[in-house]
Design a protein around this ligand. Structure first.
Ligand SMILES: NC(=O)c1ccc[n+]([C@@H]2O[C@H](COP(=O)([O-])OP(=O)(O)OC[C@H]3O[C@@H](n4cnc5c(N)ncnc54)[C@H](OP(=O)(O)O)[C@@H]3O)[C@@H](O)[C@H]2O)c1
Length: 231
């Protein structure tokens, strides 16, 4: 196997791994030979996902429990994954935000805004901090992010998602700029509309995984990619 192939198939860690994007990304990268680390809060659900992936794709998969709002938990989870399957060459950061925090701006508390930022921006920064030194040492890596689309048209009825998604968009763009002269890729997929498997009017998570795969391979035409539903 060439050095390029080795680089392309290093482990992926998915922070905020669930049945939608998380499972699809695990399958897409797993099929291509990447070992997979799944990180989220519910250990039983992670183990069920891992068993499904091993059975369906035959992928080498491990799990670690962490609340992504807690940087120390993210660091420990990435460390645990690295010890079992190797230092991640790919990060997918895609936890689903808490919809209870999404309220009109005049009824949104500072605590709600901070909680929202703590997951989507703080969690992303903790995950990046945990994987980036290993990627830099190996001279290869992809940092992949998903968000909803609230930053495209911020609405006063959805304050937490507007503020947080805008902040996350800026954070990811800054990362991309800072790493532009390095071999490390930064991908951001913006999803306009709901996600659902086999549901009309919803994005199939496999298509979102394909877009993240394109960012990883350097094939995505736009940064960020904006995925809109037809019609
Ligand atoms: N679902 C939609 O309709 C939709 C629409 C537009 C955009 N998006 C974007 O798509 C991404 C999510 O994809 P998905 O909906 O398909 O999700 P998913 O991969 O099915 O699941 C995401 C997982 O995130 C985990 N999570 C939530 N809070 C967490 C925390 N504090 N720490 C660690 N893990 C946490 C949850 O697992 P635990 O409960 O076990 O922690 C959940 O299962 C997000 O970027 C979201 O903004 C989703």
């Amino acid at each position: 196997m060439s050095e390029d192939d080795l680089t392309a198939t290093g482990p992926i860690v998915i922070v905020g791994a669930g049945p939608g994007i998380g499972a699809s990304v695990a399958r897409r990268f797993g099929r291509a030979g990447h070992a997979v680390g799944l990180v989220a809060r519910n250990g039983d659900r992670l183990e069920q996902m891992a068993a499904g992936l091993r059975a369906d794709v035959g992928v080498d998969v491990t799990t670690a429990v962490a609340d992504a709002t807690q940087p120390d938990q993210v660091r420990a989870a990435v460390r645990a994954v690295s010890e079992r399957i190797g230092e991640p060459r790919v990060l997918c950061f895609s936890p689903i935000p808490d919809i209870d925090l999404i309220r009109p701006v005049l009824r949104t508390t500072p605590e709600e805004l901070m909680a929202s930022l703590q997951l989507t921006v703080g969690g992303a920064a903790a995950a990046v901090e945990s994987v980036l030194p290993g990627m830099q040492a190996q001279g290869a890596g992809s940092l992949l992010f998903t968000t909803g689309s609230a930053a495209l048209a911020p609405h006063p009825d959805r304050a937490a998602s507007a503020v947080t998604t805008t902040a996350a968009t800026v954070y990811v763009a800054l990362l991309r700029e800072a790493l532009s002269d390095t071999p490390i890729r930064v991908g951001h997929t913006v999803i306009v509309g709901p996600i659902g498997r086999g549901e009309s009017g919803a994005h199939d998570p496999d298509e979102i995984a394909a877009d993240l795969w394109a960012h990883h391979r350097g094939d995505a035409r736009d940064f960020p990619s904006v995925l809109r539903l037809e019609g």
